[in-house]
Design a protein around this ligand. Structure first.
Ligand code: ZN
Length: 221
């Protein structure tokens, strides 16, 4: 693995930043790709760019504004509230987003001679996004390999982790403080521990609290 090159799908959030550290430990060369799809908060892109710069990782920002044209949603539009009704997908859902992102990441990966595509998708805290499921990733992996006749490997280090275990992974990679302080997960565009009340902050905080309890009890470091 140490000789190989990887592209990390990178948003500047907790999950993808943890994946970036994971990839840097594992692969000889790592580059990051961020998709600009008209995020509500420009800070998200700045945050991603800052992290990549600090970690000395080459950073590609690809324009995906067409996504908002196809599927206006709460991640990009101020006039759509972030909410999840019982039994429905959250209003942040964009049909086919991971399908598109991973496909574009693969085109880039092949161009720069990278075999591995690393993504922070996760089935454990499943919020109903069908293209975050393991079965979808495996299916797409086969499709990408056939479509470009190239031996891509999609790596999903977070697939079966809960949020507490994702914090634990960051800690094992020596990146706990960095991930806690430098990433942006909050839907209201506040870095680090965030606004504290949006769905993304609540999920992140619960995982963090669970992990901190575990770390204190068991000395997992
Ligand atoms: Zn928040």
């Amino acid at each position: 693995m140490k000789k190989e090159k990887a592209v990390v799908v990178f948003s500047g959030g907790q999950d993808s930043t943890t994946c970036l550290f994971w990839a840097m430990e594992r692969f000889a060369e790592v580059e990051a790709v961020t998709f600009n799809y008209g995020q509500r908060h420009k800070l998200e892109l700045e945050c991603a760019a800052d992290i990549a710069k600090e970690l000395n990782v080459k950073h590609h920002i690809l324009d995906m504004s067409l996504l908002n044209q196809l599927a206006p949603n709460a991640l990009t539009r101020d006039d759509i509230a972030i909410e999840q009704k019982e039994g429905e997908l959250p209003s942040t859902f964009v049909d086919g987003r991971n399908l598109l992102f991973l496909t574009f990441a693969a085109v880039l990966a092949k161009q720069i001679g990278a075999k591995h595509i690393v993504t922070g998708v996760c089935e454990t805290d499943f919020s109903g996004y069908p293209d975050c499921r393991d079965v979808f990733i495996k299916s797409l992996n086969v499709t990408l390999n056939l479509s470009m006749d190239y031996p891509f490997v999609i790596d999903t280090p977070l697939m079966w982790l809960n949020k507490a275990e994702t914090w634990e992974l960051a800690d094992k990679l020596g990146a706990f403080q960095f991930v806690r302080e430098r990433t942006l997960t909050c839907y209201n565009g506040i870095m680090a521990d965030g606004c504290g009340h949006c769905p993304a902050c609540l999920l992140r905080k619960k995982g963090l609290d669970d992990y901190l309890v575990k770390r204190e009890q068991g000395g997992t470091r």
